[in-house]
Design a binder for this molecule. Structure first.
Ligand SMILES: [Zn+2]
Ligand SMILES: [Zn+2]
Length: 126
């Protein structure tokens, strides 16, 4: 492949944004990839920013999902017991709706615990 701008010069790299072949004079080396001099520099900078930002968002999202699951599970368990114990001790039925609610939360938490891999994980090769 030859340079997109100089058809007689062999390309030494490919722009990360537009994918054109570039010779040494036409490319700029960015911290993480190559860009067409001037035309694609900002865009490659933005692509790199998006990749880094997505990594952080994925990490935060996984953490939030895990927290929500643990919360559902623990909260559901506590509400379930708070609703059930008065009934077991004194036959009080007024709190059974709490037990039912807690049970639903517990089941939702269990379902979430069993569901793994909802978010993409990079290969080891990357
Ligand atoms: Zn380009
Ligand atoms: Zn060139």
């Amino acid at each position: 492949m030859n340079c997109f701008n100089h058809s007689d010069i062999p390309a030494v790299g490919i722009c990360k944004s537009c994918g054109k072949g570039l010779c040494k004079d036409c490319l700029v080396e960015m911290p993480d990839g190559l860009a067409c001099k001037q035309t694609c520099e900002e865009r490659v900078k933005y692509i790199n920013f998006l990749i880094d930002a997505n990594k952080q968002i994925l990490t935060a999202t996984r953490f939030h999902a895990k927290s929500a699951t643990i919360f559902l599970f623990v909260f559901g368990g506590v509400i379930f017991l708070l609703g059930l114990i008065p009934y077991l001790i004194s036959g009080e039925k007024g709190t059974l709706f709490l037990a039912a609610l807690g049970f639903v939360f517990l089941i939702l938490g269990l379902l979430r615990l069993r569901k793994k891999g909802s978010f993409p994980v990079p290969d080891d090769s990357q």
